[in-house]
Structure formats: structure tokens, C-alpha cells
Design a protein around this ligand. Structure first.
Ligand code: GLC
Length: 587
């Protein structure tokens, strides 16, 4: 008896030592620690000189992304569209927009990516189509089967003017003005939570669910590894049946300065985050799971919603139903250029606290809807924020150009393309325009920044700092890009992939991120947010081995890579973001 206990103890020690020293045996799926690079196809690389980025341009640059250390690309929509919302208004979910290429180009892209071990993730826009889509045209005509594909409603008679019909409710579009548009042909209003050209699909109609699932299947059959799901929390609206037969008005927020045309004028209690949404996500997860089994590769789903964390975490799943990875936009909304180390630590800890156990975290530093990192936080925080996103556990998402510290470009009213800005006026457009973060990528300092060799104009103007701020200039030496590339490779180390996380705000300006895994060297990132040099003493982190070496340095660091240091004395210069690896194994 005693012998068998001993044997059991011996075997379990042997087994755990084996697991902890050989990380290859830890069965983590590719996506759980993936570095995902968001490509905005129109602005990434133009291969045919028309001033618009395209699929062949992306394929051409895949080897570069591989060298950078990217695991997957997510492409903003590449489908047939009149481009009123730059591709988020889809005419046909199964066709490629001609300015981006064709299906052959897409297949070459996927094949090339596979050869390089880069996964391809598509943007999936289930909330709305274009008003030029066949489904919508049929619905307008009330063709049998299509009558209820969209959210249609009668207008409300105006008591003062009997001949005039008012929209069915006071709902406001995300892009300003009434969310209802009258269709003369059908004699009813349709709902559009974004532009007039983006009618909302009706998820109370079972046929829509089936139709949309076929779209997922179509692209999974083409070999994609997953989807980024657009505007997920807009899928459902309150039902008129529950409100005496009409869509209920939303209450006012009372935010000073807002007018009835502003989205923030109303509390969106009937048009956002409805509980019905989550079941749809879980049902898509089930569909994706079928393909995970068939293809032997996890199919990823990430959902886009700007919502409270308590609503967001419901996307992860519910009891025995698995869901998606909800984008964590806290770095975009909750951290500002004046946030100190305490604030940033709390933001990180909040997600880790709310996230259900066993799920995968994610960190987003930018996207095509948000002002760029360098513009939002200042160039001297670019390295710090990239370091955090890439060193924290889970998925890191980088929007193209954030690895260079690209800034927002200037786009005049005449050149403005974003409908959110076009729906305002020449005086106020810049406040809501998303064009500045969508200007073409800076490959080098040649004409059009190496983005295009067009003899005409690029679809959006380039940011004028491309001559000094571009990839070619950053490929060597100390740069945002070389730091980013080092981070991407450090990310592949055992401690950064599987290690425990400890965040520590040593002071207002010093933030430490510690990743420790027994049997592996520890990885420690330190950020100095202040404009004075400081010496950091990490002796209080007792599990952290004593000696370490510098493995990555941001542009503002005076330390050099390879320098050995003691944890008790770490000189960190102003605005420096730096990563160390311990010289002995933890712990
Ligand atoms: C998402 C997209 C945004 C688009 C909107 C409507 O928020 O990221 O670019 O305008 O959905 O599809």
C-alpha cells in the first residue's frame, strides 16, 4: 500500500516536471496566443496602380508579415459592395469586390498564407447588407420568402398633419439622423443602424439565420480559419409585440450638447445588447466547431461590440455552450495619454478578472474605426502599448501601421470618404471622421509611400509624414518596428505563452508585467511612462530570478540588448519600454 502511494507520488512528480519543462507538450491551440494583424485592404498595398489596395498586394506582403512574426491576418471586408461604408455594406457575401481582385486572387492569397503558416480570418458582417443586395431588392418587392428579411415597419401618422407619416420610432443611426428610411416602393420604413445603404437584417426571421449560416459555410469551405464578426450587439431590436404593437422610443441620455440627430442623444436600450444575440453567437460557434473537427484546426470567432464588460463576457459562452472571443477594447477606450501606471494596471486586471476562467484574453491597440495609437497616446507611448498587448496572455491584435507608430493623416473635407463624416458638414466632419486612421500604409519614402505606383491619386491621401515615418526606415536599428518584431518573437517563448501573469504598478509611472512559468526563464516587461530616467528595484518580486538580460528595447531606451542586469537595479530611461529575460529558470 505504502509502496503504491510512493509510486504514485514519484510518477506525478515525473509527469509534472515533464509538462513544465517541455512546453511543446502543452496542448494550446494556435489561436490562444495568436498575434493577429488587421489589414485594411484598401490601404495596405496596391498591386495594379489604381490607387486602391488589393488582394494581390496583400499576398505580395505576406512574407514580410511572416518575418514580423504575425500568426494570422484579419482582412476588413473584401466583398462586392458599393463602398458607402467602405465594404461594410455588402451586396453579395460570396463575391469579391472587383477593385480588390477576384476569387482566384483570394485562393492564391489563402494558399500563400497556408504555405507561410499564416491563418486567414475574414470580416463577417451579419447585422446588415447593402441596400443593393439581391435580398434587399427582393424584400422591397415583397417577393415570397423575402418579405421579412429586413426590419420593416409602417410609419406613424402625425396627429398635426394627417397626410404625413413619421418614422416608426425615435431611433437614431450610429452615423446620425433617423435610423428609419422610407421605401416608396414598399410603402414602409426600413431600419438601418448605420448608413441608409445598410438595411438591418431581421433576425426574428428564421430564414435569415439559415442564409447567414450558408455564408459562413461558404468561406469555411474556402479554407479560412475564422471570422471577425462585425457590430454583433446590433443584431436584435425590441419587438413591437412587446410594446403595444409599435417599436418603443428610446429614452434620452441627457448628455449635454447632444441633439436628436446624435447617436449619443439616446440610451440604446431597445437596439443594442439584446439577450437574444448571444444564442445566435453560440449557434455559429457550433457551426464553426463542425469545421474545427473536419479541418483539424480551431476556427476562431471574434466579436466586435462596444459594450460594458459584463455584456461582453457573455459572448465567451454560457454554461455548456461555447461562444466567441469578444474583442477587448479597453486599451482603446479606457486608457488615455494621461493614464498612469495604476490606471493601466486596473484596466488590464479588469479584463482578467471578469473573463470567465479558462477563456482566452485579447488586447486591441487600434482598428480602422479609432484614431491611431501614436495620435491618441503620443508617439512616446507607442512602444509601451505595443509591449503590453504583445506580452499579456492571450490574443494580440495589431491594426496595420501601429507597429511603425503611424499617426492619423490629414484628410480634407473634399477627400473625405467615411460616411460617418460625410453625414456631418465641412466644419465638424473631422470630429467624427475615421479616414485619418485609414490612410495608406507607409512602406517606404518613395512616391505614394510605396503603397501604390499610380499616376493618379491614392483613394485617400497619404499622411504627409510618410517620408520620415515608414517601414523601410525602421527595418534596422532602434525603431518601433524592430521593437515590435522582437516582441513578436519573445511572445513565442514558453513564459509569454503559458506563464502566469503578474502586473505591478511600482509607482505612478512604472508599470511591470511579469510572466513566469516554472522550468522556463521568466519574461519581464517594464514601462517608464514619465519623462525622467528612473531606477527600478524588483527585489520584492521574490519568484523572479535575480539575474536577467535585456531582450528588447523601445526607441527611448538607453539599455542595449544583451546587457546583463540584476533585478535590484534596473535603470529605465524616460518613456522607455523594455523587456528582460531571466538568466535562470523560474521558480
Ligand atoms: C463596425 C465596423 C465599422 C462599420 C460598422 C458598420 O463597427 O468596424 O467600420 O462602419 O461596423 O458595419
Amino acid at each position: 500500500m505504502r509502496f503504491s502511494y510512493f509510486l504514485l507520488f514519484f510518477l506525478s512528480v515525473l509527469f509534472s516536471t515533464f509538462i513544465l519543462t517541455s512546453a511543446e507538450t502543452i496542448d494550446h491551440n494556435w489561436w490562444q496566443t495568436a498575434l493577429i494583424y488587421q489589414i485594411y485592404p484598401r490601404s495596405f498595398k496596391d498591386s495594379n496602380g489604381d490607387g486602391i489596395g488589393d488582394l494581390n498586394g496583400i499576398t505580395e506582403k505576406l512574407p514580410y508579415l511572416k518575418k514580423t512574426g504575425v500568426d494570422a491576418i484579419w482582412m476588413s471586408p473584401i466583398f462586392l459592395s458599393p463602398m458607402r461604408d467602405i465594404g461594410y455594406d455588402i451586396t453579395d457575401y460570396r463575391e469579391i469586390a472587383p477593385e480588390y481582385g477576384n476569387m482566384d486572387d483570394f485562393q492564391i492569397l489563402v494558399k500563400t498564407a497556408k504555405e507561410l503558416d499564416i491563418r486567414v480570418i475574414l470580416d463577417f458582417v451579419p447585422n446588415h447588407t447593402s441596400n443593393e443586395s439581391d435580398w434587399f431588392l427582393r424584400s422591397v418587392r415583397r417577393e415570397p420568402g423575402y418579405e421579412d428579411y429586413y426590419v420593416w415597419a409602417d410609419g406613424i401618422p402625425d396627429p398635426n398633419m394627417p397626410d404625413v407619416q413619421k418614422p416608426p420610432s425615435n431611433w437614431v443611426s450610429n452615423f446620425r439622423g433617423s435610423a428609419w428610411q422610407y421605401s416608396e416602393e414598399r410603402g414602409q420604413y426600413y431600419l438601418h443602424q448605420f448608413t441608409i445603404g445598410q438595411p438591418d437584417l431581421n433576425y426574428r426571421e428564421p430564414r435569415v439565420h439559415e442564409e447567414i449560416k450558408q455564408v459562413l459555410r461558404f468561406w469555411l469551405d474556402q479554407g479560412v480559419s475564422g471570422f471577425r464578426v462585425d457590430a454583433i450587439n446590433m443584431l436584435y431590436e425590441a419587438r413591437p409585440e412587446d410594446f403595444g404593437g409599435r417599436y418603443p422610443d428610446e429614452p434620452r441620455t441627457g448628455i449635454p450638447g447632444t441633439t436628436p440627430d446624435d447617436y449619443n442623444y439616446l440610451k440604446h436600450i431597445y437596439t443594442r445588447n439584446l439577450k437574444e444575440t448571444y444564442d445566435v453567437v453560440y449557434s455559429w460557434r457550433e457551426l464553426l466547431n463542425e469545421y474545427t473537427k473536419m479541418h483539424g484546426e480551431h476556427k476562431l470567432m471574434m466579436t466586435e461590440a462596444y459594450a460594458d464588460v459584463s455584456d461582453l463576457i457573455k459572448y465567451y459562452g454560457n454554461g455548456n455552450r461555447d461562444g466567441a472571443v469578444p474583442f477587448n477594447f479597453a486599451f482603446l477606450g479606457d486608457i488615455h495619454n494621461t493614464s498612469n501606471a495604476y490606471d493601466i494596471k486596473l484596466v488590464i486586471d479588469k479584463w482578467m478578472t471578469y473573463m470567465p476562467s479558462g477563456k482566452t484574453a485579447n488586447w486591441v491597440n487600434g482598428n480602422h474605426d479609432q484614431s491611431r495609437l501614436a495620435t491618441r497616446h503620443g508617439s512616446d507611448r507607442v512602444d509601451a502599448m505595443n509591449m503590453l498587448a504583445l506580452m499579456l496572455p492571450g490574443i494580440a491584435i495589431t491594426y496595420q501601421g501601429e507597429e511603425l507608430g503611424m499617426t492619423d493623416g490629414y484628410v480634407s473635407w473634399q477627400d473625405t470618404r467615411d460616411p460617418q463624416a460625410c453625414d456631418t458638414d465641412p466644419v465638424h466632419y473631422a470630429l467624427s471622421s475615421r479616414d485619418p486612421e485609414r490612410t495608406p500604409y507607409h512602406w517606404d519614402s518613395s512616391d505614394h509611400a510605396g503603397f501604390s505606383d499610380t499616376t493618379g491619386r491614392t483613394w485617400l491621401p497619404l499622411a504627409d509624414n510618410y517620408v520620415t515615418l515608414n517601414l523601410a526606415k525602421q527595418l534596422s536599428g532602434r525603431s518601433h518596428y524592430t521593437f515590435y518584431k522582437d516582441l513578436a518573437s519573445i511572445r513565442k517563448k514558453n513564459a509569454t505563452r503559458y506563464g502566469d501573469l503578474e502586473t505591478k504598478a511600482i509607482s505612478e509611472s512604472i508599470l511591470v508585467v511579469n510572466r513566469l512559468l516554472p522550468g522556463s526563464p521568466g519574461i519581464v516587461g517594464i514601462v517608464n511612462l514619465s519623462d525622467r530616467d528612473q531606477v527600478v528595484n524588483l527585489s520584492s518580486l521574490r519568484l523572479l530570478p535575480e539575474k536577467m538580460a535585456v531582450v528588447a528595447t523601445g526607441v527611448d531606451c538607453s539599455l542595449d540588448k544583451g546587457m546583463p542586469l540584476s533585478k535590484a537595479y534596473l535603470p529605465i530611461s524616460a518613456h522607455c519600454a523594455v523587456v528582460f529575460e531571466t538568466l535562470t529558470n523560474c521558480c
